[in-house]
Design a protein around this ligand. Structure first.
Ligand code: PXP
Length: 238
């Protein structure tokens, strides 16, 4: 299983003062130096954290794999095509949300999603769809032509009891197995931390994790190199 680090929160902190620090691009380089296998950033329509300059520099400097999270809008699709990330992860986006709140409604927006995937594929960009662990959405993702799904682990991470956590975990496990039967690659992300990650790494179909908040929060206390290395050990199981 691979660890990709979402660096949006470094940009969130920078934007809190409207200055230059901390620079998310430097953060990406430190993550890579310490073993991260990919860098994730979300270019939002409102540019509340990552901005166009960050994305340009990240494209130049990231040597592992650059995963651009984005909503399906004409403007951001155009930027993706100009930037050529290694992977685009399509997500729903609401202006008022603190973070992405749910998976895409691939079934409901089938035509729009399929069109975006075709456009990205025409430019040789792999496409992942962020979806809830629901068979109907996974089927729709395969029909739309996605290469990969990223399973939304937020409900699992936010479970308020052991019973609810196990229920959500079972949904993720079964969704991951189902996606593989449809030849989709399987990633996972949202709310994964140093404690709950062990449940996700036990699911063999999941190839890659996208982790931001918990890792950046830990980095404040132990430093970014150690935060990355500690998570890598958990993800790799040694
Ligand atoms: N995957 C997606 C699609 C996301 O939107 C986010 C949050 O930016 C993450 C993964 C990472 O979630 P977290 O910051 O909770 O680790």
């Amino acid at each position: 299983m691979r660890l990709c680090v979402n660096i949006d929160h470094f940009a969130t902190l920078r934007e809190a003062r409207g200055g230059l620090e901390p620079d998310p691009v430097t953060a990406a380089q430190i993550c890579e130096l310490h073993g991260a296998e990919g860098i994730v950033c979300h270019l939002r329509e409102d540019r509340r954290h990552i901005n166009d300059r960050d994305l340009r520099l990240l494209r130049d400097l990231v040597k592992t794999k650059l995963d651009l999270e984005m909503a399906i809008t004409d403007e951001i699709l155009q930027i993706a095509i100009e930037t050529l990330p290694d992977l685009v992860t399509l997500v729903p986006e609401k202006r008022k949300e603190l973070t992405t709140e749910s998976g895409l409604d691939v079934r409901g927006d089938a035509e729009k999603v399929a069109h975006a995937i075709r456009l990205l594929h025409d430019n040789d960009i792999e496409v992942s769809l962020f979806v809830d662990p629901v068979d109907e959405q996974i089927e729709a993702a395969a029909e739309a032509g996605a290469d990969i799904i990223e399973l939304h682990t937020g409900e699992f991470a936010n479970a308020r009891s052991e019973e609810e956590m196990l229920e959500q975990l079972a949904r993720i496990r079964s969704a991951a197995a189902y996606a593989r039967t449809l030849d989709l690659g399987v990633n996972a992300g949202h709310g994964i931390n140093y404690v709950n990650v062990r449940h996700i790494t036990a699911i063999p179909e999941i190839e890659e994790l996208s982790i931001g908040h918990a890792l950046v929060a830990r980095a404040m206390f132990v430093g970014l190199p150690r935060a990355v290395e500690e998570m890598l050990r958990l993800v790799r199981g040694f």
